[in-house]
Write a protein that binds this ligand. Sequence first.
Ligand code: PMP
Length: 427
Amino acid sequence: MSPIPADTQALMERRARVLGPAYRLFYETPLHPVRGEGAWLYDADGTRYLDAYNNVASVGHCHPHVVEAIARQAGVLNTHTRYLHEGVLDYAERLLATMPPELAHAMFTCTGSEANDLAMRIARSHTKADGLIVTRFAYHGVTSAIAVASPSLGKFVQLGDNVRTVPAPDSYRIAPAQMGAVFASGVREAIADLKAHGMRPAALMVDTVFSSDGIFTDPPGFMAEAVDAVREAGGLFIADEVQAGLGRSGDSFWGFQRHGVLPDMVTMGKPLGAGHPLAGLAVQPEVLAAFGRECRYFNTFGGNPVSMAAGMAVLDVIEREGLVASAQRVGNYLRGRITELAGRHALIGDVRGAGLFTGVELVTDRAAKTPATAQTVRIVNGLRERGVLLSATGEHANTLKIRPPMVFTETHADLLVDTLDTALAAL
Ligand code: PMP
């Protein structure tokens, strides 16, 4: 590792002084980007980095069409959902049109955490139950109700009394034909345990690519049996699409569609506004009915005209630039090339994913599938030193998480793979 430059060190110290101790930076030598364009970030010295990590910049950093839409609406009006405005209706209709017709209402928030928090309030109203089932290393957000259902925050954030975790559907360790049954049996055990403690499930909430658990996308369809199990017990199925959604998985617009399941609610966030804070949920009307009767919902910034303009512009770009099809094509190309690398580097145990969401699990022993946690940290930092940005995920932080802006091309993929090859060789 090269020494941390003095100006970076000064910024880190200032940050710690002002923001306090709860924030964490990426990388041993933190990055200080000052400008972004497409799939590139530029640091204060003008050095460029290939961004293979930021799904928030879904249609690329600072896409001119999105920037222009935000600026134009900001120059006309920005209010909120207690006034009539076409913007929120136009966007809601267009977003809902990407989903099965049963998901007929949309509600807007500013963050994915708020969307999940609201989804749980709606689930409780509808089911009159309280239990929440999530995967063992899930991340769903930061509100009090949702942080206690986000075990990946670490052992100091205790799970809620109403929360049960189930093993993630680990496609590297479970045979494809068994995936559905194994995942569902975890859900049934969780339901039984809730019952033993006098509770019923309000919902099963899953990130449909299991991104914090280690990225498990295949075989398509493995989710169905678990969804049936929670419904049999009176609970709802909430698809958290904050990571998977908006075309990233390539073969469908939403992650749940790959699995052929119909959620009661779909929560969304990160990529919707391509950097502008825009999130929300889609819900089946009969599921929302009780909450709507009992309660009003107003989120000051959720659904404001500027956010709606940003969301519209992002959908324009995805359509015009054919980004769903290219996510599929480039993602397959990328995984194909990394799989070739596995022939030369024994550390690569598994290459998996869908569209532009790829996991590369690193192991010290392929037969035993032993997590190569220490090596993974070195690879992530080695890539950063060589100008490629990505991160690691999973309970053992031994799976490279590759999740670039959707404008990522085969040329970008080649650069990533060649740099990964060099970083692996340098270990
Ligand atoms: N759900 C998932 C699957 C996420 O990955 C995240 C954010 N990493 C959230 C919810 C929370 O979103 P936000 O940070 O916008 O609150």
